[in-house]
Design a protein around this ligand. Structure first.
Ligand SMILES: Nc1ncnc2c1ncn2[C@@H]1O[C@H](COP(=O)(O)OP(=O)(O)O)[C@@H](O)[C@H]1O
Ligand SMILES: [Mg+2]
Length: 315
């Protein structure tokens, strides 16, 4: 689950190294230090860790102008500033996130965050190591993020994004028509209506929650939204978790008790739990389809699409 590979050591005089060191002006024991660079994979852009010999400089840099994934149609400078702004916003709301340090468009649109020495939730899902308590921690972090409420809510954007995901899955016409009809029913049901929205992570995959000795830290706020539906993040995370259980143990149903536990921990009360479960299948379906549009084998793809449809039919 992710790897780091040494690629270079930078010495004083290297422009990028000097810029990084300047961000820690007066705080490094040796300002003339050499800085080790390691490449982190997988990632949708070039992502590298930069570490000084003494370890007092330890940051991760995401280069938005160097995409590695299939999404190459975006404005890198805008995306860089956006993630920085979202991280700041979450940090202000006391959400534990990778600390935003700086951005610089002249270095291939670099976003610098502090290195989080943690293991992703995905690894703990696969090992089922203390999974219930870890899910409680993630639920707490999500609650805190969602508590940052917005005065308005954009239901239309939630639906148009769902349609975008469907476009990317590229279903045959008949299947797409069925999904369109189901989405129409959801729209009219009013089950996704609310007065106010909130901040969400929107890419709440198990890779983006890192467990350290101090608890859980969220990373990767590139896609974060305000004015959104809070259940969005819950659906994405749980769809990913069920798919991981299916792949690991051949039994997605084995994830159910964990999904239930996670939702109850997030909800905190029976009323809130009920409210969550009304909108939950919609976002679970979106979670499955997000995965189906990636490079997955045909069997996986069929299962993900079938599950998505089952969720939308609330069966
Ligand atoms: N601040 C950080 N601390 C530790 N690891 C990080 C940090 N930021 C990113 N990473 C690692 O780099 C990977 C890719 O970064 P991320 O911001 O999630 O970009 P994306 O998922 O869009 O490619 C993460 O899954 C994680 O392994
Ligand atoms: Mg990520």
């Amino acid at each position: 689950m992710g790897s780091e590979r040494y690629v270079a050591t930078l010495t004083p005089g290297d422009l990028f190294r000097d810029w990084l060191v300047s961000l820690y002006d007066g705080r490094l024991r040796d300002p003339a230090c050499r800085v080790k660079v390691s490449l982190i994979r997988p990632a949708s852009h070039t992502v590298c860790r930069y570490t000084s010999e003494e370890g007092d400089l330890d940051v991760v840099v995401k280069f938005f102008a160097e995409p590695t994934g299939r999404n190459r149609e975006y404005d890198p400078a805008r995306a860089m500033k956006r993630e920085y702004r979202m991280l700041k916003m979450a940090q202000k709301a006391q959400v534990p996130v990778a600390g935003p340090v700086a951005v610089n468009r002249t270095f291939n649109c670099a976003l610098v965050t502090t290195y989080v020495p943690g293991t992703p939730l995905g690894t703990h899902i696969k090992n089922r190591s203390s999974l219930s308590s870890r899910l409680s921690a993630v639920a707490g972090v999500m609650r805190r993020l969602h508590a940052r409420s917005s005065s308005s809510y954009e239901k239309t954007r939630e639906f148009s994004t769902f349609h975008d995901v469907l476009d990317q899955v590229g279903l045959p016409d008949d299947d797409r028509d069925r999904f369109n009809r189901l989405l129409g029913e959801w729209w009219r049901s009013g089950d996704l209506d609310r007065r106010r929205g909130c901040m969400i992570h929107r890419d709440a995959t198990p890779a983006n929650y890192l467990f350290t000795e101090d608890g859980v830290t969220a990373i990767d706020f590139e896609s974060a939204w305000t004015r959104a539906h809070p259940v969005h993040d819950l659906g994405i995370l749980c769809a990913e978790m069920k798919n991981l259980f299916r792949k690991r143990y051949g039994d997605p149903g084995a994830a159910e008790p964990y999904v239930g536990h996670f939702l109850r921990e997030y909800a905190g009360s029976t009323d809130e739990f009920e409210a969550i479960t009304t909108a939950f299948p919609f976002f679970m379906a979106e979670g499955y389809l997000r995965t189906a549009r990636l490079k997955v084998d045909d069997g996986d793809r069929r299962w993900l699409i079938r599950e998505a449809e089952r969720c939308l039919k609330r069966r």
